[in-house]
Design a binder for this molecule. Structure first.
Ligand code: DAT
Ligand code: MG
Length: 139
């Protein structure tokens, strides 16, 4: 398994608010290489599948609606210690608790609309990357 990669999405709120460029600049400045990237939109069914682990949580319906509400940027990123370092770069799930300067502190509105996704393990990075990209789309 590739362990130096993570998967991210710039979520519909951040795309709608015009933050794609600033977020990608921050990702590059932090030393991540873009391996794959696309502007796309999740169907409700795809969003439900992507977040299936949360299906028993009270916010699941809201999460699926939000994540399929508009375009996202999906990307695979590479760097040593990618998963952990990217979680540090994005900050806590709740932007009110995210460290200053993190992507969520800068661009997120709320726990639900929190600007970016970052994989939480090497295994999930692999699964989530394969969900969005085929091998020939990775460089
Ligand atoms: P993270 O995205 O930091 O890995 P998570 O995996 O616990 O957080 O949850 C996935 C997404 O679900 C999160 O980015 C936003 C949404 N979410 C989590 N907890 C929530 C809550 N209490 N209320 C509303 N949305 C929530
Ligand atoms: Mg998570």
């Amino acid at each position: 398994m590739v362990t130096n990669r993570t998967f991210t999405m710039i979520k519909p709120d951040a795309v709608k608010n015009g933050h794609i460029g600033a977020i990608l600049a921050q990702i590059n400045a932090a030393g991540f290489r873009i391996v794959a990237m696309k502007l796309t939109q999740l169907s409700p069914a795809k969003a439900a599948k992507f977040y299936e682990v949360h299906k028993e949580r009270p916010f699941y319906g809201e999460l699926v609606d939000f994540m399929s509400s508009g375009p996202i940027v999906a990307a695979i990123l590479e760097k040593e210690n990618a998963v952990e370092d990217f979680r540090k770069l994005i900050g806590a799930t709740d932007p009110a608790k995210a460290d200053p300067g993190t992507i969520r502190a800068l661009y997120a509105q709320s726990m639900g609309e929190n600007a970016v996704h970052g994989s939480d393990s090497d295994e999930n990075a692999q699964i989530e990357s394969a969900f969005h990209f085929s091998g020939v789309e990775e460089f």
